[in-house]
Write a protein that binds this ligand. Structure first.
Ligand code: NAI
Length: 341
């Protein structure tokens, strides 16, 4: 019995993510919340012949809190893709003004109505919205760092795809053999493609320094390709819905015991997860995306990250650059909830 709630379910990401979740037989209730059109999307999805019961919740007016409350009560997993996406020329940080408040109020409701739920944040800028979520949960005395995840899976999905193109190597043989750490925007995105001996050898023999540089740039700024191609009509939705689903499915597989070593990176509060305290001290940042192993409750069991992950100088340099940008985004998120002291 697993209830999954998607807040922002009628949006570009939300609708496709809802469809993918509807197809997962381990989900018994799929609760769709949005300020508009959630009920329509739920009725549409409810005709798909899979076990999950789809329910739609949207407020009648601005004062109506019942829709959100009803959507959240009893949730095991809450996924938040609510908020505005980028337009050409915008960075993810430009979305802060609008999305920070949206994420904070939704997380406030999670704290009230389903404080035990696993919380997956998709809304950008992830580097700050996860911090906002953590601070809001702390204020409500229900912050469990092992249950809060910033979804950075799209960066890994892109890295796997683009590396497969570059090496002319089957993408299914790359999955699980590279990772992406850091954060989720531009120079905070750090692909690590030398953690597996076999892939590392192929990369070293096939990728010239120029092509390596192009690959890294494409992983870091792949989101811009989509924003430009959609020319003002939004950012990645289909690939993001897939990535968000992949992360959700990994957690579900850990819960149901289908995978006993479910691994995926996510942006987390390091000191609160086993193996993270020392890493946080070493890196000098509290939040960082790292590969995580999940336990049978879907919580972060431990961080899978060691010195062997960073074998090249250029990777160590990229991590230094990422830390600088991340520190600013983390402070921005903390100040948004707590104000300046
Ligand atoms: P969209 O505009 O298509 O959908 C957003 C949905 O959120 C809309 O249906 C809207 O009604 C809803 N919404 C707005 N305020 C709400 C509230 N207070 N409560 C509930 N729902 C609310 O946007 P799209 O393309 O689905 O993107 C959503 C977010 O995901 C954006 O912030 C975008 O930047 C982010 N994103 C994150 C990625 C990641 O890798 N983590 C990748 C791509 C996008």
């Amino acid at each position: 019995m697993v209830k999954v709630t998607i807040a922002g379910a009628a949006g570009g990401i939300g609708q496709t993510l809802s469809l993918l979740c509807k197809l997962n037989p381990d989900i018994t209730e799929l609760s769709l919340y949005d300020i508009a059109n959630a009920e329509g999307v739920a009725v549409d999805l409810s005709h798909v012949n899979s076990p999950a019961r789809a329910t739609g919740h949207q407020p009648r007016d601005k004062s109506d809190q019942d829709a959100l409350k009803n959507s959240l009560i009893g949730s095991d997993i809450v996924i938040i893709p609510a908020g505005v996406p980028r337009k050409p020329g915008m960075t993810r940080q430009d979305l802060f003004k609008i999305n920070a408040g949206i994420v904070r109020s939704l997380v406030g409701a999670v704290a009230k109505y389903c404080p035990e739920a696993l919380l997956l944040i998709i809304s950008n800028p992830v580097n700050s919205t996860v911090v906002i979520a953590a601070e809001e949960l702390k204020k409500n005395n229900c912050f469990n760092p092992r249950k809060l995840f910033g979804v950075t899976t799209l960066d890994l999905v892109r890295a796997e795809t683009f590396l497969s193109y570059e090496l002319n190597y089957p993408v299914e043989d790359i999955r699980g053999k590279i990772t992406v750490v850091g954060g989720h925007s531009g120079d905070t995105i750090v692909p690590l493609i030398h953690i597996n001996t076999e892939i590392s050898k192929i990369v070293s023999s096939k990728l010239s320094p120029e092509r390596l540089e192009n690959f890294i740039h494409r992983v870091q700024y792949g989101g811009d390709e989509v924003v430009q191609a959609k020319s003002g009509k939004g950012s990645a939705t289909l690939s993001m819905a897939y990535a968000g689903y992949r992360f959700t499915e990994t957690i579900l597989n850990a819960i149901t015991g289908k995978e006993n070593k479910a691994l995926e990176p996510a942006y987390i509060y390091l000191p609160g997860v086993p193996g993270g305290e020392e890493l946080s001290r070493k890196l000098g940042v509290e939040y960082f995306a790292v590969p995580i192993e999940f336990d049978n409750k879907g919580e972060a069991k431990r961080i899978i990250f060691n010195n062997n992950f960073i074998s090249k100088n250029y990777e160590a340099q990229m991590i230094e650059i990422a830390k600088k940008s991340l520190t600013k985004s983390i402070v921005q998120g903390q100040l948004f909830v707590n104000g300046s002291k």
